[in-house]
Design a protein around this ligand. Structure first.
Ligand SMILES: *[C@@H]1O[C@H](CO)[C@@H](O)[C@H](O)[C@H]1NC(C)=O
Ligand SMILES: *[C@@H]1O[C@H](CO)[C@@H](O)[C@H](O)[C@H]1NC(C)=O
Length: 518
């Protein structure tokens, strides 16, 4: 009897402990829904420290990441964790690895084998995939990588086999959803684009042989962005509006329709059962009228609940694998596709979340865990000097500042849309100043600008303070900074030219070549 009593108490205690544990987990973010990963890009002037990011991933229960290269600073930070990693090979290296199995072996040795086998006795990195190329068949590249992608994939896979890792590490390539189209918008009319059909046919055969997945990037936001008449509700997962009917299937969202267009294309190419992994999917929060935290929250909530339900699509019911795009904002991304490009982060540049999101897919209205241990620069901002009464010189200075920093939050439908000319200038000056690590030289603009210690943020328009960061992309070339400023002072026509050849333009060009338009 006494024993029974004891075990009753014991049982209660255990239940209490379990409850307390569950509550703590709830506050910290439970495990993410199975199959969920996140893209971790670093095209930022001040990227977060990899160790901070890895802790943030753990705090949020995220178990898979996809990288766009194999930066050893980043990859090493993942060692000793159980986080599953996809590393990448940028497009500008495809021809090198297509042409040389030695180079491929070298890459695998340095960027895969070494990491898998562990660093400084802290355990290895769980590398499972290599994405060879990033959207290499995108139409805008005009076929530039069509011939090199598969040979590079083969050489990298052979090198992996040679290293004895062939069963563990799989090779694939991240393809943009524009590699297939449907002339009628009905999934069943889907087919691979004619100019890349042969190349994809060969890649499919490779993926099939190696049991590797087809990796595809799908963006309902872009459907909306590219077509003014696109029915907005179809971009989300809780839409009550229009549907697309096709054969025996009814589509209530464009994601399902897009993925099933791929399924049809695969079927026609002879691979009806090929596994599909979504390499990128997400919603930006600024830089466009449809890009805001409200829409992003709605999109992700629907997407994550859908993943949790394992409903899949009409042609592919069941669990899905997806990598969200993206972890945090990247202020050096090319904005050629649109001003929203620098605002894909679920987290801001400093690792603070932008909106509630429940990675477990339970649909709770909860905030994810912010990055911990981020060190900010001084609480200083650069703004238009309030003594300046004649604003005639302001537009010129504003353009100059925006030419060398990220001003994509200005403009109609964006977070800083309500600023007047003076506000615009202050925002631009501050962006320029922060990007250059608050260098006093960078807050001059012929005396138009001044440093303040009171936060000029207003409403949704945030004036950031940059974080401390170690990165080779930093604007720390003071000579260039001096040149930029003196050029501006002297009001030369050549200023713009200088900007084009300046350090930012150079960095952007290099990155654009390397990573494409992602
Ligand atoms: C390993 O990857 C990094 C980052 O992507 C790259 O810079 C480096 O050249 C690679 N190493 C080799 C041997 O190719
Ligand atoms: C502020 O900048 C935005 C973006 O360039 C522009 O659309 C807007 O007209 C500017 N406002 C003023 C008052 O100049």
């Amino acid at each position: 009897m006494a024993r029974a009593k004891f075990s009753m108490w014991g049982l209660c205690l255990i239940m209490i402990l379990v409850l307390v544990h569950y509550q703590l987990q709830g506050a910290q973010g439970a495990d993410a829904v199975p199959g969920l990963g996140i893209n971790w890009g670093a095209l930022a002037s001040h990227p977060l420290s990899p160790h901070i990011v890895v802790n943030m991933l753990k705090d949020n229960g995220i178990k898979k990441v996809k990288l766009f290269d194999a930066d050893s600073w980043v990859v090493s930070a993942l060692s000793g964790t159980d986080i599953e990693v996809m590393v990448g090979i940028p497009n500008d290296q495809l021809s090198k690895f297509a042409g040389s199995s030695k180079d491929a072996e070298h890459w695998v040795k340095e960027n895969v084998t070494k990491h898998i086998h562990g660093h400084h006795h802290v355990g290895g990195v769980n590398i499972r995939y290599v994405s060879v190329g990033n959207e290499p068949f995108m139409e805008d590249y005009k076929g530039m990588y069509v011939k090199t992608t598969l040979p590079a994939m083969q050489n990298i896979q052979n090198a992996i086999d040679k290293a004895g890792l062939g069963d563990k590490v799989k090779v694939t390539t991240a393809l943009n959803a524009d590699v297939y189209t449907s002339p009628t918008d009905k999934p069943s009319d889907g087919e691979f684009r004619s100019d890349v059909r042969d190349a994809i046919q060969q890649i499919l055969s490779f993926l099939h042989q190696r049991d590797s997945p087809f990796l595809v990037n799908i963006y309902p936001f872009l459907s909306l962005f590219k077509n003014e008449n696109f029915p907005k509700e179809l971009a989300f997962f809780d839409g009550q509006g229009q549907t697309i009917d096709d054969k025996n299937a009814q589509y209530t969202n464009v994601f399902d329709a897009n993925l099933d267009t791929l399924v049809w294309s695969l079927k026609k190419a002879g691979y009806p059962d090929m596994r599909i992994v979504v390499g990128e999917i997400g919603w930006p929060t600024d830089g466009n009228k449809n890009a805001n935290p409200h829409n992003a929250k709605r999109f992700y909530q629907g997407l994550l609940k859908k993943m949790e339900s394992k409903k899949g699509t009409p042609l592919r019911p069941g669990a899905m694998d997806m990598y969200l795009f993206s972890l945090s904002d990247e202020d050096l991304k090319s904005i050629e596709p649109g001003n929203f490009e620098r605002h894909w982060g679920i987290f801001r540049y400093d690792g603070r979340p932008k909106f509630p999101i429940d990675f477990s897919g339970q649909g709770q209205d909860q905030w994810p865990v912010a990055a911990k241990g981020v060190v900010y620069q001084d609480r200083k901002w650069c703004v238009l000097n309030s003594d300046v009464k004649d604003l005639s010189k302001v537009p010129n200075a504003l353009d100059f500042a925006c030419g060398g920093a990220d001003c994509t939050s200005l403009g109609l439908g964006c977070s800083c849309e309500n600023l007047d000319l003076a506000g615009n200038a202050s925002f631009a000056f501050n962006q320029y100043f922060q990007t250059r690590d608050q260098d006093v030289e960078a807050c001059n603009f012929n005396g138009l600008a001044t440093i303040v210690t009171q936060d000029p943020s207003r409403g949704s328009c945030l004036f950031p303070v940059e974080i401390e960061s170690r990165s080779d992309m930093k604007m720390e070339d003071s000579k260039t900074l001096g040149q930029e400023q003196s050029c501006f002072r002297e009001q030369k026509q050549k200023c713009e030219l200088n900007l084009e050849t300046g350090i930012i333009a150079k960095a952007l060009k290099r990155l654009y070549l390397r990573y494409g338009k992602r």
